[in-house]
Write a protein that binds this ligand. Structure first.
Ligand code: NAD
Length: 270
C-alpha cells in the first residue's frame, strides 16, 4: 500500500503555483517528499509559495514562467533538467476567469468584448496546452510522467454569464482526453493525463461574486450552495486526496479522466 502512495524524491512543476489552489497542491506534494517547482507569473508570487512549502519542511524552488510564453517554459524545462535530471509531475494550475470576459447581469452576448474573450481562452486553453507540450517531451524521453489539468464545474454544464471561461474549461476536458491517448499510445503506460474539476472554492477571482464584503452569501453564492448537496464551498484541502491519487501509482491504470471534487454539484440538476 505504501509503495502505491510513494512520491518521495519525485520532481513536480506547478504552473500558477502562487495561486490559491496551486499553492495548496505544492504543499500537499511537498509533504509527501516531492520536490516542487513553483512557477509564477512573477517571481515574488512563486517565492511566497516556496516559503510556505519550506515552512512545512518541504523542498521547493521558484521560477518566473508565463504559461503563454514558450521561451519561458523551455527555459524552465532546461533549468529543471540541469538541476534534477528529471521531471515526474506537471500540474497545470494557472488559469481562471477575467471580469471583462463575463457577460454582465444587464448585458447580452452582443456586448461581449472579443479582446477579453480571447484572453480567457488563451490563458486556460493555450496556457495548459503549451506547458503540456513543452514539459511532456521530458516524459516521452523518460517513458514516465504525470499531467494534471484543472477543469471546472462549468466545463460540462456552463455557468450563466461565464461564457469564455466555461468554453475554455470544456476544452480542458477535451484536451485531457486527447493528450492521454496521444501520450499513452505513443510512449507507454507510464505517461498519464487526468484532470480535476473543482466545484466552488473561494478564491481571489470569485470572492466578490460569491460573498459580500461582510462575508455573507451573495444571491449567486446562495444559488450555488443550494445546488451543492454537501451545502458548502470547497476548501483547497478538499483536493488533497484526489491529487495524491492521480499523481501516484494508486491510479496507475487511470488516464483521460476528469474527477469532480464539488460536494455533489455536478450530480444534481435542481
Ligand atoms: P488563482 O487566481 O488563485 O491562481 C491562478 C494563478 O495563475 C495565479 O497565481 C496567477 O498569477 C497565475 N497566472 C495567471 N496568468 C498566468 C500566466 N499567463 N502565466 C503563469 N501564471 C499565470 O486561482 P485558483 O482559484 O487557485 O485557480 C487555479 C485553477 O483552478 C484555475 O485554472 C481555475 O480556473 C481553476 N478553478 C478554480 C476554482 C475555484 O473555485 N477557485 C474552481 C474551479 C476551477
Amino acid at each position: 500500500m505504501n509503495d502505491l502512495f510513494n512520491l518521495k524524491g519525485k520532481v513536480a512543476l506547478i504552473t500558477g503555483g502562487g495561486g490559491v489552489l496551486g499553492s495548496n497542491m505544492a504543499i500537499v506534494l511537498a509533504k509527501q517528499g516531492v520536490i516542487t517547482g513553483i512557477m509564477g507569473l512573477t517571481l515574488e508570487e512563486a517565492e511566497a509559495t516556496v516559503a510556505r512549502v519550506v515552512a512545512v519542511g518541504g523542498e521547493a524552488f521558484a521560477v518566473k514562467s508565463n504559461v503563454l510564453n514558450k521561451e519561458d517554459l523551455e527555459a524552465t524545462r532546461d533549468f529543471v533538467m540541469e538541476k534534477y535530471g528529471r521531471l515526474d509531475i506537471l500540474i497545470n494550475a494557472a488559469g481562471g476567469n477575467m471580469p471583462g470576459a463575463t457577460i454582465g447581469p444587464d448585458q447580452a452576448i452582443y456586448d461581449m468584448q472579443l479582446a477579453h474573450l480571447q484572453k480567457v481562452l488563451d490563458l486556460n486553453i493555450i496556457g495548459t496546452m503549451l506547458p503540456s507540450q513543452v514539459f511532456s517531451e521530458i516524459f516521452a524521453n523518460q517513458k514516465s510522467g504525470i499531467i494534471i489539468n484543472i477543469s471546472s464545474a462549468s466545463a460540462q454544464r456552463p455557468l450563466s454569464r461565464v461564457v469564455g471561461y466555461s468554453a475554455s474549461k470544456a476544452a480542458i476536458d477535451n484536451f485531457t482526453k486527447w493528450m492521454s491517448v496521444e501520450l499513452a499510445g505513443k510512449y507507454g503506460e507510464g505517461l498519464r493525463v487526468n484532470a480535476i474539476a473543482p466545484g466552488f472554492f473561494i478564491g481571489e477571482q470569485n470572492r466578490a461574486l460569491l460573498l459580500s464584503p461582510e462575508g455573507d452569501l451573495t444571491p449567486r453564492g446562495e444559488k450555488i450552495i443550494e445546488h451543492t448537496p454537501m451545502g458548502r464551498f470547497g476548501v483547497p484541502e478538499d483536493l488533497d486526496g484526489v491529487l495524491l491519487f492521480l499523481c501516484s501509482d494508486m491510479s496507475k491504470f487511470v488516464t483521460g479522466i476528469v474527477v469532480h471534487v464539488d460536494g455533489g454539484f455536478a450530480a444534481t440538476s435542481i
